[in-house]
Design a protein around this ligand. Sequence first.
Ligand code: SF4
Length: 422
Amino acid sequence: MESKTNRLRTTAEIGKLVANHYVDLNQAHERGQKVAWTCGGGPFLPLLAMDVMYHHAPSYAAWCCGRKVNDEMLRYSESAGYLPELCSYKKVSYAAALQIMEGAPMRPEVMLPKPDFIFGVRNCPLMLFWLDSIARLLDVPLMVIEQPQPATLRDYELNYERNVDYVERQITESVIPFLENITGRRLDYDRFSQLVSVMGKVVGLRRESRELTKNIPSPCTFFEFGMSQAPVMNLAGEADAVGYFERFRAELEQRVSQGIAAVPGEKYRLYWHHIPVWHKIGHLTEKLASYGACLVAAQYSHGEGFPSDPSVYNPEEPIRSMARQIVYSSRSRIPEVGNEQIVQMVKEYSIDGLIMHNHQTCKYIDIGEADLLRHVEETLGKPGVMIDCDAVDPSHYSEAEWDVKLKALLEIIDARREGAQR
Ligand code: SF4
């Protein structure tokens, strides 16, 4: 089928880049490097500063979707007793751990080395259970940084410095001694500072790229922007990540100056809520484009959950920079902040309608989606639909539901445009 979208040259690099990352990871032990499995809102620069190679479990689940092994890995976990409605990100990691322990054959492109330890930032209640169960299964040590969870903006602002101190103490008193003990080497602070400096540049470039997607027509779909998360999570702090984002931004700038749209004839600009549907990313991009619809922005890629504010990174204070990043990323999960950010996004990115991914195995981020839709409708008069799906599990995908709800949304947008012209 002929593509209805203009794919970016730069994002086509990601497959190779991530494939190389997994090859490197699988050879880490031969090079004498320790390996960590991680999850939570990185970046995990202290690991890189200690020459530990890591893989980020959610990125791995997305990678498995691209290699079409997601379904069999989920079922593998379920056959070991996990419930179908449990977090699908977690179940993919658990399947990999089980396969390692059982010596079951794995496809070479999704093979993982047994880790020397598990490391994470707990930013979802389930995550601690996820990390702990994998550490117990693999019989390796576990280190988790607890992220404070402010309930209100006032709480966040009032306790910001106290919370940064709290996370900084966890890194200084627990994480660094733990890493020094496991690796048998001292933390290289110069290397750590250098990584923090590079990370600040990467985040700055990513933010500038994000601004370019406000252009009408948009030079990039959210799905391609979301895929560009991979260099941040897998190459965090590496010079390659700077090079990637320089090329990414330059390509977007070129498109903006030449009026090149990601979706030719862009007719509808949509907002996406929640994690991308990794196993249908290409299919959904084409489906939307066949209606002239472009997913322009999303909280996932354009919000603050992942590293997004370059001002938190100061190479003079690498540990405090990490602590600030961890505290800062909790901000967008405060309902009043998250809701206001989405209202702002709808305005700034000239959004016509919203698609709320009602993620069947991530109820944590689902909470409040219906209220959010109502809030945007009441505040800005923009319509939206909720669609049941799952980032990784194909059994929750319904083509019929997508067709009916997407058409309904676009018809409402058309009807409102006509009404506005009368
Ligand atoms: S339940 Fe949701 S937020 Fe929590 S780990 Fe799974 S995907 Fe992430």
